[in-house]
Design a binder for this molecule. Structure first.
Ligand code: ATP
Ligand code: MG
Length: 221
């Protein structure tokens, strides 16, 4: 039962930059447990940077980033991973079967759980139609996997990973509106169960967010 112990997250008065330039200045973004927080902003405004601070990708010198009441730097990497499921702007796939690529999210996942996650991510029908189905080697497919198919596999992984905190960076950027609708519905169904930070350019995606923050010139409002 993922969300029982997760008490939400937040960036508190965080100032961060890569080197000299300040990317985020005195940014406060509360992420209450069970809520979906949307982050919008122009390309290069700092949306992915903000997301990466929750992942402890970079060290925060000014301000605090907390997960479930603890500063991220006080949480060990294993626990951090257990708490968080991530969909990045680029889905990394290994030269292995689709099944094993999905199982990275949860080693003990049953086939039924794989299928359920892939249905939520609107990729099951595609996989089922392949001659070798879930056993299809991703390496063999190579470039024949479209950006949208890769992205949906990334989403399936995140759905499979029963982490309480879901971080999504432009999760539907490569999808047509039909596939996007399936995913937004699945995310809407997780509402209250998982805590979600959703980064997107698209206004359509923000329909499922409880609160939307906008990143502009280093400020979040
Ligand atoms: P997009 O919508 O295009 O994904 P974004 O809002 O996610 O953009 P970020 O990736 O957070 O933007 O980048 C914010 C700024 O920080 C940009 O100017 C970018 O060039 C810069 N930046 C990002 N990563 C690094 C890095 N590792 N080192 C130095 N500068 C970086
Ligand atoms: Mg980005």
């Amino acid at each position: 039962q993922p969300d029982v112990t997760f008490a939400g997250a937040g960036a508190e008065d965080v100032t961060f930059g890569y080197g000299e330039e300040t990317i985020l200045q005195n940014v406060t973004v509360p992420v209450p447990a069970g809520r979906t927080i949307g982050i919008v902003g122009r390309s290069g405004s700092g949306k992915s940077t903000l997301l990466k601070l929750f992942l402890r990708f970079w060290q925060v010198e000014q301000g605090r980033v907390q997960l479930s009441g603890r500063s991220v730097e006080q949480i060990n990497t294993q626990n951090l991973r257990r708490m968080q499921a991530l969909v990045t702007q680029e889905t990394h796939l290994f030269q292995d079967s689709i099944r094993n690529n999905l199982r990275i999210a949860r080693q003990d996942a049953t086939d039924a759980e794989l299928v359920a996650a892939c249905k939520k991510a609107s990729i099951h029908d595609f996989i089922a139609a392949l001659p070798r189905g879930y056993d299809t080697p991703v390496g063999e497919l190579g470039d024949t996997l479209s950006g949208g198919e890769r992205q949906r596999l990334g989403l399936a992984r995140a759905f499979l990973h029963d982490a309480p905190f879901l971080l999504l960076d432009e999760p539907t950027s490569n999808l047509d509106s039909l596939n996007e609708a399936v995913i937004l519905r699945a995310l809407a169904e997780e509402h209250g169960k998982r805590t979600v930070v959703l980064v997107s350019h698209r206004v359509s995606t923000m329909g499922i967010a409880d609160t939307v923050y906008s990143v502009e010139n280093g400020r979040v409002s």
